[in-house]
Structures are given as C-alpha cells and as structure tokens.
Design a protein around this ligand. Structure first.
Ligand code: SAH
Length: 192
C-alpha cells in the first residue's frame, strides 16, 4: 500500500540518519517523532527539539525518559524560528523534521504559520549537510493551513536545482485534505 505522508517522512529519515548525527525536530508535539529521531541518532548523536507549548515538552520528556533516550536530546520550549540562537552556524545538520499544524487533542488555535516556518527553514538550509534532508509533513485542512502550505511550496520551489532536490508527495484524489509532504535534499556542499 502507498504510505501516508507521515510514514513516508520516517522512511526518508531512516534512509539517511545514522548514529552520531545531529538532527532537528522542528515541532515536538506529542514527541513521537522526537523518540523516532533519538533512536536513529544513537548514543553519540543529538536531537534538538522545539515547541512553544509546555504540554508538548512535558509529554515528550516523559516519552523519552520511558525509552531511556532523554540524554540524546535537547528539548527547547521556544519556537523553531529561534534555531539560529540555539544551533551554531557551523553545526552540520543531517536532517530536520516538521509536523505542521496544531497539536491533536489540544489548543487548535496554536498552529505553526509561515511567519515562523519559513525563517526556520532558511536557518536550516545553511546548516544542512550534503545528502541531508529537511522534511515537512503539511496539514492544510485547518484555518491558516492552506496559506502555510503555499508558503512552504513557494520557498521549496525556488531553491536552485543545482544545489537541492525537492520532492512533493501528495494524494490527489482524497477528501478531507490528507497531509502532504515536502522533502528538501542538499546535493552539493553549501558555499561559504
Ligand atoms: N498536525 C500534526 C501535529 C502537529 S503538532 C498531527 O495532526 O499529527 C504541531 C506542533 O507545533 C504543536 O505542538 C505546536 O505547539 C507546535 N508549534 C507551533 N508553533 C511553533 C513554533 N513556532 N515553533 C515550534 N513549534 C511550534
């Protein structure tokens, strides 16, 4: 069966993330992706994870503790747009994952928007290693979702093809706007 955008995001990460890598979880949410990434980077790697909600941090901390993975992570109660203040410019990033939208079963008014998603992507692009991937799972069904989706697609479409491969994955015959996926892969090392 064809994979959902969410499953495919994990597939794309599994292909490249290795023990010792430094990666970013742009939207901690319930912490499932943070756990998944912490397993992939191994004991010597590190996951920087961001969220603006206390609840996300609490849930994620508990989940990581239960799996004995907490020490491989740095959890930040701040927006992903502050990435540059936390992760040095020289730090190579192997991968970043964003699960956009709102936290299920929580405050639906707290959503990611292009005003913070695009600055986070810009900061990540300059740190992304060759063959590194930024993956976004995009939800467009809620208010504000479609605008963010278009902003992400515009940003990704404009990346120069000499330097990046950009993939877009979407089911086009389904009702209720299922999530779509964008994957940005760096082809060549960034010019310094
Ligand atoms: N829509 C997904 C889950 C998305 S969770 C699903 O249905 O499975 C998105 C998370 O992003 C939420 O926990 C929210 O608090 C967080 N968020 C919102 N703005 C953010 C920002 N600027 N930086 C980091 N996280 C943010």
């Amino acid at each position: 069966m064809l994979q959902t955008a969410l499953h495919y995001s994990h597939e794309l990460l599994k292909e490249i993330v290795q023990p010792g890598d430094v990666v970013v979880d742009g939207t901690m949410g319930n912490g499932f992706d943070t756990v998944f990434l912490a397993e992939l980077v191994g004991k010597t790697g590190l996951v920087y994870a961001f969220d603006v909600q206390e609840q996300a941090l609490t849930t994620t901390t508990e989940r990581l503790k239960a799996e004995k993975l907490l020490e491989r992570t740095q959890l930040l109660l701040q927006g992903h747009e502050t990435l540059s203040q936390v992760i040095p410019e020289i730090q190579p990033i192997k991968s970043a994952l964003f699960n956009l939208g709102y936290l299920p079963h929580s405050d639906k008014s707290i959503i990611t928007t292009e005003a913070t998603t695009i600055p986070a992507l810009t900061a990540l692009i300059s740190r992304l290693v060759t063959r590194g991937r930024i993956i976004l799972v995009i939800y467009s069904g809620h208010e504000g979702g479609e605008a963010e989706k278009q902003a992400v697609l515009n940003f990704a479409t404009e990346l120069p093809q000499e330097d990046f491969s950009v993939l877009y994955y979407e089911f086009i015959n389904q009702k209720h706007s299922p999530p779509s996926l964008v994957c940005i892969e760096r082809k060549k090392s960034p010019k310094k």
